[in-house]
Design a protein around this ligand. Sequence first.
Ligand code: UFG
Length: 356
Amino acid sequence: MIGAPTTGAPGAAYGVGMRVLVTGGAGFIGSHTVIQLIAAGHDVLIVDNFANSKPTVINRLEAITSKHLPVHEFDLRDTERTERLFAHEQIDAVIHFAGHKAVGQSSQEPLDYYQNNLGSTFSLVRAMTLHGVAKLVFSSSATVYGANAAVPMNEDFPTSATNPYGWTKVMIEQILRDVAVAQPEMRIALMRYFNPVGAHPSGDLGEDPSGEPNNLLPYICQVAVGRLEKLRIFGDDYDTPDGTPLRDYIHVEDLAAGHIAALVRLDSTDRAVSTWNLGTGKGTSVFEMLHAFERAVGRTLPYEVVGRRAGDIAASYADPGRANTELGWSATHSIDDMCTDSWRWQSRHPNGYPDA
Ligand code: UFG
């Protein structure tokens, strides 16, 4: 499997046979991770309230994996439901993706963001504690490096944020570190993603933002498919080779593989909390990304350079060395792979997932 751990016997390397609760399993990264968990021999159950995902994703997951997937539709902030789930199901580990994630919206609705992202984590970790579930992989973000970090960014950099969404990630990381001090038997992984893009190679699973996309690749996809008129490039006067900002785009399949590797590593580490960057280590500019996408589509795409977007930084890319060494994981997909797979998904499903 691409990007999977490379050491040890296959069975041992994949920690076969865990029953893994995936929160937000119908979301973009969650759904791709579910497929890889099953391919690696784990059992999966999903909690999702479909606040920002569609139930039809579950049908596609079942078709791709040929497995029935137990899905529990509720909001994790419902502490009774969450606890009941842990009381009734065998759960060996949790991968926690569920959460609000729109940077701009978080500044408009800060209370919602804090309440949802923190509240669901409190409820989940309390239930884990009560029922003796020690392994947790948390979906964090490179946003925790804040606005002033140097590149490449490593896990020992100080954390901060520039918006409420980013602060929820910083705060949850701190909360989990505090929990691990009180409960040293916990094994927690904080996964700091850079810029997830791409789609499942089948073309039937991908990113489906609601409303106008905020992120670069979904925006380009919708221009390419004719839903949006042109890309607006937010500034070409940064101190970078072509003047547009550099980001560390990572294929969602590589990201998913990083979670499987982390889950396995939690079995053998003595550390209660481990922090791993998931990135390629390479910075790609907005123009480079646009041109790669044009290659995938086979035509040029309309764009206009406009003013800078508030809060953007010139360069953000990972030092992925710790994940490479400790997880035996590295990203293997190229920028062209990311664009080809994103385009396959978007061209097959111009309007994303259907509602039902
Ligand atoms: N960009 C454009 N036009 C667009 C959208 C984006 O020019 O329509 C540019 C941005 O200015 C930036 C680059 O494309 O230079 C990437 O922007 P994204 O919005 O795709 O990604 P960000 O790096 O700003 O944000 C991402 C995630 C956040 C996360 C952050 C830091 O979306 O959740 O990385 O890790 F917080």
